[in-house]
Design a binder for this molecule. Sequence first.
Ligand SMILES: [Zn+2]
Length: 160
Amino acid sequence: MKHYDFVEWLLYKNNALPEDMHDEMQEHLSNCDICMDIFLSLIDEKEILAAEDIIQKDFNDKVINKISENKIKVLKSKDNKRAFNYQFGYYVAVAAVTIILTFSGAYTNLVDSVPKITKSMEISEVQRPNVIVNFSEKIVNSTSAFLGSIENIERNKEGK
Ligand SMILES: [Zn+2]
């Protein structure tokens, strides 16, 4: 297996790579604990705390405001099916971003504390990213289903 070096992971972390290479490395990271160790060594406590601050103080408020704004727009454009579909996609995107950021924050803390506790837990490190991806997918899917049911209610109202 070809591994990436310290500099490449630093560029990855700073989002300084072309999109296809970034995706490739992200895929590799979820399957390689050697590169995961390098990547985690780039994340220090200061950054984790900074990320927590941003997510807790700003992010939730901003997302909630955005969702409220769009909810009003959806209610106003009930009879415009195309506009509703656009908003529906936006809801799913916001939900997905919220989930990914929330869990990546929790996930970073979790993984960071593991090496301090015990080395014997290393095996689970390989599996953890996949568990989170699956979990996120489940939430996004159930969110889609939930929003789909709202859409159906809206459609039934229009039919009357
Ligand atoms: Zn690797």
